[in-house]
Design a protein around this ligand. Sequence first.
Ligand SMILES: *Cc1c(COP(=O)(O)O)cnc(C)c1O
Length: 363
Amino acid sequence: MQNIFNFSAGPAMLPQEVMQQAQEELINWQGLGTSVMEVSHRGKPFIEVAEQAEADLRELLQIPANYTVLFMHGGGRAQFSAVPLNITKSSDLSQHLVTGQWSVGAEEEAQKFCRSSIVAKSKEIEGKMYVPKQDEWSIAEEPGYFHYCTNETVDGIEIDWVPKSQSGQVPIVADMSSNILSKPLNIEDFGIIYAGAQKNIGPSGLSVVIVRNDLIGFARKDTPAIFNYQLQAASGSMYNTPPTFSWYLAGLVFKWLKAQGGLTEIARVNQQKSQVLYKQIDATGFYSNNVHNEYRSKMNVTFKLSDESLNEVFLKQAESNGLVALKGHRAVGGMRASIYNAMPLAGAQALADFMKEFERKNG
Ligand SMILES: *Cc1c(COP(=O)(O)O)cnc(C)c1O
């Protein structure tokens, strides 16, 4: 057994029980004498895995019947292009709330396929990053869709409220790559939810897409077939060979989440984990976090040392204490502790204890 806590932002740690099960059945899956990677996606054993995974995801997130779940290729970024290709004409407008690196990326990609506009950007108020509320946005025309990112993985900004379409006609599209399944959701608030798998679902390469049925069927003619929601929906996400191993592993993660007590329980633990860390960060001026309390991420806790010349020693000593991958994204520097669902409370506690001790020695 490995004795480390892995705080990687993604690909990120997966539940230990899931990894153990995958290991045990890796070369002899369901007594078939082969791996799940080596069987046809159209055969009965894999179809059962695929269907069960979808059923468990639907149960966990309480996905209504008028939404389709797709297991697609290309991770989070593929959907930056798939969304406009599937639901806009090039003359339509996509509207974006920009709160960090990932929502910027989605807006830049949308520009290739339709017009785009930014309703608001996160901004610093008294040293803390804040997300303007809807009554502070500038909106000139009704868009084809509205896009935002519910958790900015790099910047550590999480938005718990859901924007509302004034007319009720604008699909709300959410990139939930780094906080899907971290808490209960009201799916009906959204037109499309998508997530790359490697933060909270399973191995990278897979994207999970939850799309309201009335938004399916409008893909432009030049949409690559594998990104066409209608084709993928009609073929059970098997228009081409899906990422079968990732789908299987996602299914194991969904089962694990159910065994933990579902998303209400998961959310409670996530709250505790993040509290333990923010409390340590706020204790003195030795560490700091630059996000307004309302928007502090429960998945990616970013922080800086007041003396940044200690960064390298901090990372080295953390690593020798079994606390790995804490270096912040190169775009923002500092530190980042990614504490997705698979990170146990003990991991967050171990990091907080280490931070306290490091401060005592170096403060
Ligand atoms: C990681 C991430 C992505 C990109 O995912 P890829 O699978 O690398 O394309 C997009 N959005 C968010 C919020 C992410 O955290």
